[in-house]
Design a protein around this ligand. Structure first.
Ligand SMILES: NC(=O)c1ccc[n+]([C@@H]2O[C@H](COP(=O)([O-])OP(=O)(O)OC[C@H]3O[C@@H](n4cnc5c(N)ncnc54)[C@H](OP(=O)(O)O)[C@@H]3O)[C@@H](O)[C@H]2O)c1
Length: 256
């Protein structure tokens, strides 16, 4: 299923310079495709060179890839240097790199807790800190949170909290970047079929989770990455009188 295809073939983002962390797969890759198809220059990151190479094949000449671990501050500082070199100013920053893991509260380890917060929260925070100085006046930052940051879901206490912290940071960073005329908003996906569940959990667990999401979602389905990418594009460029907000793309799951 392809959503938001009305933008295909148009030059909506001609000449724009966009950085997407976690841009080699799923939601980040769908956003990169949308922007590159619309004429933007896109810089994507990920940790795996093979994933970045495969993404570049889809994205074509307007895209470049930088191997960078969002959980590493030295990597993030080096990324800012590369972005400055390649792009100078940045029109939009999509801070999307994230990870998920599940465990009941009483089985959660310190290692799992630290790993999730390092990528989802600390990594996102310092990515904005490193790249905000490069943002053009009027530019947009979009952070990927999750609908579980407002829900109490079994076995996702740490992941949910890591994204709730990021939702809070969306407000604070929006306030602090106001003087630079940079907007900061969040996109909050519900269950999106990106393969993240299949990669993060054993097959039977992933399938049970997907079936639960489908059967309990008000729209009785999970979403696709292109539906999130369309919201990201709006928040990054169209939402010129919005900052500090969070936009759910979840079939109504967090609202109905
Ligand atoms: N899919 C959903 O249902 C859903 C729902 C709510 C929120 N989200 C959020 O949406 C975002 C994207 O998820 P997705 O489902 O599209 O996942 P995905 O398909 O697994 O893609 C994740 C992307 O992030 C990269 N990445 C992971 N850890 C990284 C790190 N430490 N540093 C840099 N890049 C890293 C991955 O590449 P490498 O592995 O090569 O690093 C990949 O490009 C995440 O923040 C996730 O928490 C997803």
């Amino acid at each position: 299923m392809r959503v938001g295809s009305s933008l295909e073939g148009m030059t909506t983002y001609e000449g724009k310079k966009i950085v997407i962390t976690g841009g080699s797969s799923g939601i980040g890759l769908a956003a990169a495709r949308l922007f590159a198809d619309g004429g933007a220059h896109v810089l994507i990151t990920g940790r795996t060179q093979a994933g970045l190479d495969a993404a570049l094949e889809q994205l074509g000449d307007r895209a470049v890839a930088v191997r960078s671990d969002a959980a590493s501050l030295p990597d993030t500082k080096a990324l800012a240097g590369t972005v400055r070199e390649r792009f100078g100013e940045v029109d939009a920053l999509f801070v999307n790199a994230g990870a998920t893991a599940s465990a009941p509260f009483d089985a959660t380890t310190e290692e799992m807790y630290d790993a999730l917060f390092d990528i989802n929260t600390k990594g996102a925070y310092f990515t904005v800190q490193a790249l905000a100085p490069l943002m053009r006046e009027g530019g947009g930052v979009v952070l990927t949170t999750s609908v579980v940051n407002v829900l109490g879901v079994d076995a996702l206490s740490v992941y949910s909290a890591s994204k709730a912290a990021l939702r809070s940071m969306t407000r604070s960073l929006a306030r602090e970047l106001l003087p630079r005329k940079v907007r900061v908003n969040a996109v909050s996906p519900g269950p999106i079929d990106t393969g993240i569940l299949d990669r993060s959990f054993p097959a039977d667990v992933a399938e049970t989770m997907k079936e639960t999401y489908r059967s309990t979602n008000p729209m009785r389905r999970v979403g696709v990455s292109e539906e999130v990418a369309a919201a990201v594009a709006y928040l990054a460029f169209g939402a010129t009188f919005s900052t500090g907000t969070e936009f759910p793309v979840d079939g109504g799951a967090s609202q109905l």
